[in-house]
Structure formats: structure tokens, C-alpha cells
Design a protein around this ligand. Structure first.
Ligand code: IMP
Ligand code: MG
Length: 173
């Protein structure tokens, strides 16, 4: 297994996660119990750190998404592989995603969630690659904007590898 080059170190990620947590804590002060929805599998490490940096009452419900595509390309065909186990009617929902690339996955998901009558839905994404945008989705809380690299680690994979790296790296060609 080739070692990826570090793009965002553990320290840099952890600092940003603390800032995002503080911002979310401030924004949901006095609200009803927040429902945090980590998108599997890519956001599982980010979400695990993020919720520990959020100091408001919250619950966690997972949702699995798969966007079919060859190699590192999204096809735009999105499938829910694991759905929420509880209704979101009248709930404040915070979707936690690893990366918004073309935006197709999040557009699909946000439209789907809207039909379930939540009180509010916001999106928190660790990464955003604006150069690849095909559909614009509003990211309410963003960790880092990155260049058009295929990144791995801290939950993100390439063919299911590298998710366990404690940093975000780029595989060299
Ligand atoms: P989108 O639908 O094109 O915005 O991409 C959504 C999904 O593709 C993300 O949630 C990731 O799972 C995956 N993805 C996009 N870019 C990368 C990357 O650079 N590394 C790893 N996974 C990625
Ligand atoms: Mg993902």
C-alpha cells in the first residue's frame, strides 16, 4: 500500500473540527434536540470527532449513500443503502458529510429529506472541491476547501482502502 502525501494533518483537522463544533453549538443554543445524521461510510470518523465538539442536546442517526461510478467518478445515480431508523418530522437535522465533490449526492439527499417534513436541515461537510461542482448545494458548515485532488484518509477511501489514516492525504500518481 503506497503511502499518501499529507494534505491536511491530524492537528489541522482536529483544530478545525473544534471550531466547527463551537460554531454549531452556538447556532443551536436553545433549540430542540438536534439530530445529527452522519453519511456512511465516509463521514464516520469526522462525525465521531465532531459530535464530541458539540455541546448541545443531540441524537445520532446514520444514513448510508452510494453513488455508482467507475473509479473516482460519480455517475450521479445515488442510492440509499441504509436509511434513518427514526422519523425526522419537526426535527432540526444536521447532515454530516465527508466531501462535496460534484454535489450530486447531497442534492439527492437534501431533496429526499425535505419530503419528510423536518423543521430544518443543514449540511456540514469536512471538505469541498468547488472546481468539480455540477450542482450547487449550500454548505452551512465547511471544514476545508481543497483543490481537485482525489483525497483519502480520515474516513475517505479509494476502493475501500485508506479510511483508517488519521490524516487526509493525496495518492501520488
Ligand atoms: P458527489 O456526489 O460527487 O458530491 O460526491 C459524493 C461522494 O463521492 C462523497 O461523499 C465521497 O464519498 C466520494 N468522493 C468524492 N470525492 C472524493 C475524494 O476525493 N476522495 C474520496 N471520496 C470522494
Ligand atoms: Mg460519502
Amino acid at each position: 500500500m503506497k503511502k499518501p502525501n499529507v494534505l491536511l494533518s491530524t492537528e489541522v483537522i482536529q483544530q478545525r473540527v473544534r471550531e466547527l463544533g463551537a460554531q454549531i453549538t452556538a447556532d443551536y443554543q436553545g433549540a430542540e434536540q438536534l439530530m445529527v445524521v452522519p453519511i456512511l461510510k465516509g463521514s464516520f470518523l469526522f462525525a465521531a470527532d465532531l459530535i464530541r465538539a458539540i455541546d448541545v442536546d443531540l441524537s445520532v442517526e446514520f444514513l448510508g449513500l452510494r453513488s455508482y461510478g467507475a473509479g473516482t467518478e460519480t455517475s450521479g445515480v445515488v442510492q440509499i443503502t441504509y436509511d434513518l431508523n427514526s422519523p425526522i418530522t419537526n426535527r432540526d437535522v444536521l447532515v454530516v458529510e465527508d466531501i462535496v465533490d460534484t454535489g450530486l449526492s447531497m442534492r439527492y439527499l437534501l431533496e429526499n429529506l425535505a419530503t419528510r417534513q423536518p423543521r430544518s436541515v443543514r449540511l456540514c461537510s469536512l471538505l469541498h472541491k468547488p472546481s468539480r461542482t455540477r450542482v450547487k448545494v449550500p454548505i452551512d458548515y465547511l471544514g476545508f476547501t481543497i483543490e481537485d485532488h482525489f483525497v483519502v484518509g480520515y474516513g475517505l477511501d479509494y476502493a475501500e482502502r485508506y479510511r483508517h489514516l488519521p490524516y487526509i492525504g493525496v495518492i501520488s500518481e
